[in-house]
Design a protein around this ligand. Sequence first.
Ligand SMILES: Cc1cc2nc3c(=O)[nH]c(=O)nc-3n(C[C@H](O)[C@H](O)[C@H](O)COP(=O)(O)OP(=O)(O)OC[C@H]3O[C@@H](n4cnc5c(N)ncnc54)[C@H](O)[C@@H]3O)c2cc1C
Length: 275
Amino acid sequence: MEILTDSPVAEIRIANGRAQGVALENGDEYSARVVVSNAAPGITFRDLIDARHLPETFLGELGRFRSKGSAFKINLAMEQPPRYRGFDPQVAGIELPAYAHIGPTTAYLERAFDEAKYGGYSSKPFISPITPSLIDDSLAPAGKHVVTLYGGVAPYDLEGTSWEAEKDRFVQIVLDTMEDFAPGFSDSIIAMDAMVPPDIERILNIPGGHELHGDCAVDQLFMMRPVPGYADYRSPIRNLYQCGASTHPGGAVSCVPGHNAAREILSDWRSRKPD
Ligand SMILES: Cc1cc2nc3c(=O)[nH]c(=O)nc-3n(C[C@H](O)[C@H](O)[C@H](O)COP(=O)(O)OP(=O)(O)OC[C@H]3O[C@@H](n4cnc5c(N)ncnc54)[C@H](O)[C@@H]3O)c2cc1C
């Protein structure tokens, strides 16, 4: 088996209502009896397939799939791990936590969402800082650390302004919030890479930059993910399957969508002759 990386797909080739393979952006073509996509549905069904191959009702439902993200991620190289004001090693029984949550009260979380509800970003964001180098010292040079800050709320669309104009200010707000809870945090930064939803959209090719490919809300889960009628990893095109975060049970590094898709593909494979 050969695994190709850095090989963007330009088109899923379809004939007689059946997926036949893929064409890469570099012009290479691959024939296949089954095509399985973990790309976001906006990519699989809008960018890679000509609309004439898909039912209008399916495309209409897909158009209503909410996929605008509101999470930020900041990756940092640090001199030291965060040392939280509120963390007591005696009580916890460990020197430092590798995983923390900054969101001290439900009112704090509510206010963070309120600002986003009206087209802004949180002036007091909630943050999950993670320091994996406390557990795995191969992740950073001796004595140094890597920290990721994941949190919100940083909506894809900002009212009356843009992330180009606001990103530096928002990143400073996140760092100031860290400083409030872990004094000395900013002085310890060696290097930083910050992402808001338009960056996630660009880097991962997820329309809307939603880190889970789409909202995990009750109307977009279970038998409605990504759309009713096609929530079983199949698609309107025979031999084309979906296996990504936009299928049940949704995003996160669970591998469950891929596992379930493989089960359905094998079931179809065994119950009918391959085309
Ligand atoms: C910033 C961030 C932080 C996260 N933090 C966590 C976390 O802490 N814990 C957790 O459990 N989950 C986390 N997640 C969510 C988790 O990473 C995703 O839910 C999971 O990776 C989804 O896997 P997937 O294979 O379905 O899709 P993806 O990982 O999105 O993979 C889809 C792939 O398709 C590729 N692709 C798109 N278009 C094409 C094309 N035309 N040709 C070829 N390839 C293409 C993309 O480049 C991408 O690599 C995070 C996600 C993000 C973005």
